[in-house]
Design a protein around this ligand. Structure first.
Ligand SMILES: Cc1cc2nc3c(=O)[nH]c(=O)nc-3n(C[C@H](O)[C@H](O)[C@H](O)COP(=O)(O)O)c2cc1C
Length: 202
C-alpha cells in the first residue's frame, strides 16, 4: 500500500456473507484505479440485550469501522443486507453515533455509493439503496450510482440498478453472484474511486 494513495472506505454489514461478497467486488473495482486503495470495514451486530457485546475483532470479514475511518477516507461505499426494505439496524446504529462528524462536515463533499443483498428479487433492493442514501446526504456526501453506459444494467436478471449494486442471494444465500452483478459491483467501485480522484484534483 502506498501512503500517498487515497483510501476509499467500503463499509458494510453482513450476517450471512452475501453483502460481504459484494463489498469485496466493490473493493476490487476501487483497487483497480491507480492511486486508490479500498479500506474494508464492518460494524458489530446490535442486540436488544443491552449487556451483549461482540468480540473486539470480528470472527470473519473486515475489522470494525472506527470514526477516524470517516475522517481518513476520500470516499465511501456502504452496503447492507435488505431488512424489510431498509438497511440493517447495525449500520443505522453506527450512523446514529456520528453527530460529531455531521457537525464538523467530515464527509461533506466526498463521493459515496451504496449496495445491498436481498433474499428475493423484488424484496426491496431499490428501496434499500435509496433509503441508505439518506444519512449520507445529511452528511453532505455526493451520491453516485451506475450509468446505463454499463450494458449489464439493460440485461441483468439478478441485481444491479442505477441506484447502486445489488445481489439476489435467494433463500439461505443459495444463489452465487451472477456475472452481471459481479461486473456492476466492480464498475461501481471503480467509478467511486475515479470520481474521488477527480474531486481531489488527481
Ligand atoms: C430480519 C430480516 C429481514 C429481511 N427482509 C428482507 C426483505 O425485506 N426483502 C428481501 O428480499 N430479503 C429480506 N431479508 C433477507 C436478506 O436480505 C438476505 O438474506 C440477504 O441476502 C442477507 O445478506 P447477508 O448474507 O449479507 O447477511 C431479510 C432478512 C432478515 C433476517
Amino acid at each position: 500500500m502506498n501512503p500517498a494513495n487515497l483510501d476509499i472506505l467500503v463499509l458494510y454489514y453482513s450476517r450471512h456473507g452475501s453483502t460481504r461478497q459484494l463489498a469485496e467486488l466493490i473493493a476490487q473495482g476501487i483497487d483497480s484505479v491507480k492511486g486508490c486503495d479500498a479500506r474494508l470495514r464492518t460494524v458489530p451486530a446490535v442486540s436488544t440485550v443491552a449487556e451483549a457485546t461482540q468480540p473486539e475483532i470480528p470472527d470473519q470479514g473486515a475489522p470494525y469501522v472506527e470514526l477516524k475511518d470517516l475522517e481518513e477516507c476520500a470516499g465511501l461505499a456502504m452496503g447492507s443486507p435488505t431488512r424489510f426494505g431498509n438497511m440493517a439496524a447495525p449500520l443505522k446504529y453506527f450512523w446514529d453515533g456520528t453527530s460529531s462528524q455531521w457537525l464538523s462536515g467530515t464527509l461533506a463533499g466526498k463521493p459515496a455509493c451504496v449496495f445491498t443483498s436481498t433474499g428475493s428479487l423484488h424484496g426491496g433492493q431499490e428501496s434499500t439503496l435509496l433509503s441508505m442514501m439518506l444519512p449520507l446526504m445529511h452528511h453532505g456526501m455526493v451520491l453516485l450510482g451506475l450509468p446505463y453506459t454499463q450494458p449489464e444494467l439493460m440485461t441483468t436478471a439478478s441485481g444491479g440498478s442505477p441506484y447502486g449494486a445489488s445481489h439476489w442471494s435467494g433463500v439461505n444465500g443459495s444463489h452465487a453472484i451472477s456475472e452481471d452483478t459481479r461486473s456492476l459491483a466492480i464498475a461501481l467501485g471503480r467509478r467511486l474511486a475515479q470520481i474521488a480522484c477527480k474531486l481531489q484534483g488527481r
